[in-house]
Ligand binder design. Structure first.
Ligand code: FMN
Length: 196
């Protein structure tokens, strides 16, 4: 879903980079509260140091998660908590363009709540969120949410082999990527961050 969304954004002429949180070392927040006074984190020996710089330089931030117990994954939550130095004493992500997407095993397996959690995270940092309706096409979904569920025959639930088989979700991804790129171009965005 992330790849589909980023491809749609790229087709509008923006550059993208995909980071897999599972490939990164992100330690949990230890609640030392250093970031209440300085835009810094006490934990300096993991991958967040580099991610802070990438987030500051990005014009748009798209976050995706599978649904685990009606929520985002624990790994994503650690990332969210560790982003606190970016908004306590300065609002580094304010005015950037945000987007979120989720997928879950069940058809109504907590996608709406998980999506809301990511949206609230992005809004809390001051990002601007475009919708996923594109042009004059019909409204197909309010929010980008996929399910792996395919059919239920009264005894067994069967599942898609790939999330790509959920056509509403994949179309929603394309629309979101398109809309994020358009909004970034309209705002003329924040690449002005120079590292100070
Ligand atoms: C720990 C755990 C919790 C899950 N909780 C839910 C859930 O609350 N609702 C749901 O529909 N699916 C749930 N699932 C299913 C996943 O959302 C689904 O299998 C998803 O495709 C997993 O993506 P991943 O392989 O990228 O982790 C859960 C899966 C795991 C491993």
């Amino acid at each position: 879903m992330l790849e589909i969304t980023l491809e749609a954004a790229e087709s509008q002429g923006v550059e993208t980079e995909l980071l897999e949180i599972t490939d990164l070392n992100i330690k949990p927040c230890i609640s030392c509260n250093k970031c209440l006074f300085k835009p810094e984190c006490n934990i300096q020996d993991d991958d967040m140091t580099e991610i802070y710089e990438k987030l500051k330089r990005a014009d748009g931030i798209l976050i995706g998660s599978p649904v685990y117990f009606f929520n985002v994954t624990g790994r994503l939550k650690d990332f969210m908590d560790r982003s606190r130095p970016l908004h306590m004493t300065a609002s580094y992500l304010e005015g950037k363009v945000g987007g979120a997407l989720v997928h879950a095993g069940l058809r109504n397996g907590g996608q709406e709540l998980a999506l809301q959690i990511i949206h609230n995270f992005l809004l809390g940092h001051g990002l601007l969120l475009p919708g996923n309706r594109q042009g004059r096409t019909p409204l197909i979904s309010t929010g980008v949410m996929a399910t792996m569920s395919k059919e239920y025959d009264g005894k067994r639930l069967s599942f898609h082999k790939s999330v790509e088989e959920d056509k509403i979700a994949t179309a929603s991804c394309r629309h979101l990527g398109h809309n994020m790129a358009l909004l970034i171009k309209k705002i003329g965005c924040c690449s002005c961050y120079t590292g100070d």
